[in-house]
Ligand binder design. Structure first.
Ligand code: VG1
Ligand code: CO
Length: 544
């Protein structure tokens, strides 16, 4: 089969963000756009020729077209073998697992995660390295530099490419093996958790669960794991079918976008346990009856109870959280006398810590939790962790969380997102804050004294790399924090994220409404950043 070498002019907007390259589907459909980025990835990978790659995506619109292009390009670039999820489907954590299990050189994941899909929605592509983790900054930067210079790409002239039937076929000299997207991952989960115990919990009359797959990638995983292997009833999984446009919604597992699930859980006759995952299956939301578990608390509770779970009973090396994530896990780490690392936002920063055996668990406030079992955050894994824990503790989600707060104190936590704001204004807002930093320490606002104000930078203890400008932090003497940063995953304008946190040890004050408990800090944030002036908004678009 002939290899075509197509001459192109480079694109100037292919800089990967927090998690891969994310753009509108329309942008990706620009002739040669996807090809230019894929060739840029291939040009930056050492030992590509003769290698094995894993390929799959979250099933969103344009997934199948992109897979066909990537297979033809992989063939033309000398890749020996591609492991492709059946129907083009693979969750992000499953790709991470497959890379590790089959010792692949890397993997390509097609997803824009929690961003909406469909012809008018978003598409994305990210490259994961041989460890199974997202490519680190050094590689994403090299890919970007390559994309600014690239003059041609290689592709095989071949039309029909099947992807729905298990088995092998060839594209030129490339061997493509279509694999069950779920089987390996589900088998792996059985080695980490006590499936017979969880089955007994799911079969007991005083427990019921509802999982919202949000018409995204976790549907098939949930059916195989919760229904087939753990015997949950069919009614335990809603929106189970992956759809190209996720049924029109944002596949983002939070209180705003998983509205129906929230309504079901916030009812007297509702299930005792609820959960949801996002577009590509790496996020999770955990709910009890009339109860929301903040992702930061979820991480802390997972770490505090890990010794009870089969896959983690041999001990914990350390933990890490992204900087904006609440400090709840820090207190657990302190009590366990294990190290606790604070990293910039994005899973790629956990990679070195995991590979260097410094940490066992890590998490982000943005509904992301994971461990050293793979190198991505993992939605279904987190749900299984909670189910296993509840099966052992035989208590409600709420009781478990309250017990944790009583022991460690409660971190009230919220994130306010201002979406699709003018990018120039958003940058101005950040510069304005930056200009104030030097004078903030020691200043008092509503009785709270600023202990530290800076723009967070991270020195990776493993490879010595430094990452600057990762978010404005204002930390008060009582450990309360206000953090401002701009999103690196959006595709329209800019998104301002304001993270607000306050610690209260006294158990008598653990029943406050979160927004009420944080009201003074929210007001301070609004004044300091002049949010209304810069964004033109008087309230956030999404509160989580
Ligand atoms: C967001 C979250 C971040 C997460 C990233 C990717 O990034 O805040 O914590 O790692 O999404 O998650 P940003 O830059 O928009 O704040 V996912 O599920 O899209 O892979
Ligand atoms: Co995701």
């Amino acid at each position: 089969m002939p290899i075509e070498i197509i001459k192109i002019s480079p694109f100037d907007d292919q800089k990967p963000g927090t998690s891969g390259l994310r753009k509108s589907v329309k942008r990706f459909q620009t002739p040669d756009y996807l090809q230019a980025f894929v060739q840029s990835i291939f040009n930056c990978i050492e030992n590509l020729e003769g290698s094995i790659l894993v390929l799959g995506g979250d099933g969103r619109f344009y997934n199948r077209e992109a897979i066909k292009i990537i297979l033809r390009m992989a063939a033309a670039n000398g890749v020996a073998k591609v492991l492709l999820g059946q129907g083009g489907i693979l969750s992000t954590p499953a790709v991470s697992h497959l890379i590790r299990k089959y010792k692949a050189l890397g993997g390509i994941i097609l997803s824009a995660s929690h961003n909406p899909g469909g012809p008018e929605g978003d598409f994305g592509i990210k490259y994961n390295i041989a460890t199974g983790g997202p490519a680190p900054e050094s590689i994403t930067e090299a890919i970007y530099q390559q994309s600014l210079r690239i003059q041609e790409y290689r592709i095989l002239t071949v039309q029909a490419i099947p992807m729905d039937k298990l088995g092998s076929f060839t594209v030129g000299d490339l061997q493509v093996e279509i694999i069950d997207p779920v089987a390996d991952y589900a088998d792996y989960m059985e080695t980490l958790f006590d499936f017979p115990k969880i089955t007994r919990l799911l079969e007991s009359s005083n427990f019921s669960m509802l999982f919202d797959a949000m018409n995204a990638v976790t549907g098939p995983y949930a059916v195989e794991i919760f229904q087939n292997r753990l015997n949950a009833p069919e009614s335990a999984i809603m929106r189970r079918r992956p759809l190209g446009n996720f049924g029109g919604g944002h596949p983002d597992p939070n209180q705003v976008h998983a509205k129906e699930l929230m309504q079901k859980l916030y009812s007297a006759t509702g299930p005792s346990f609820g959960a949801a995952s996002d577009g590509d299956g790496d996020r999770n939301m955990i709910l009890g009856n009339y109860f929301f578990v903040t992702p930061s608390d979820s991480l802390a509770i997972i770490v505090a109870n890990a010794h009870l779970i089969p896959g983690y009973k041999d001990g914990i090396k350390g933990v890490a959280r992204s900087m904006p994530t609440s400090q709840a896990v820090d207190l657990v780490a302190k009590r366990l006398e294990i190290p606790c690392y604070e990293t910039p936002t994005g899973w790629k920063f956990f990679g070195n810590l995991l590979d260097d055996n410094r940490i066992t668990f890590c998490g982000e406030e943005s509904f992301g939790t994971g461990s050293d079992h793979v190198r991505e955050k993992d939605g279904i894994w987190a749900v299984l962790f909670w189910l296993n824990l509840l099966a052992i503790k035989q208590c409600s989600v709420e009781d478990l969380v309250r017990e944790h707060w009583a022991k460690y104190g409660r971190h009230y936590y919220t994130r306010h997102d201002y979406e699709g704001i003018n990018a120039t204004k958003a940058n101005d807002l950040m510069s304005n804050l930056e200009d104030q930093l030097a004078g903030l320490t020691g200043k008092e606002f509503a009785g709270l004294k600023v202990a530290l104000a800076d723009n967070f930078s991270y020195l990776d203890p493993v490879d010595g790399s430094r990452t600057e400008g990762q978010g404005i932090r204002i930390i008060f003497e009582d450990d309360s924090r206000i953090i401002f940063r701009l999103s690196g995953t959006g595709t329209q304008g800019a998104t301002l994220r304001v993270y607000i946190e306050r610690y209260i040890a006294d158990v008598k004050q653990h029943d406050l409404d979160t927004q009420e408990a944080l009201v003074e800090l929210i007001a301070i944030a609004n004044v300091l950043a002049d949010i209304e002036e810069y964004t033109g908004r008087c309230k956030p678009d999404v509160i989580t």
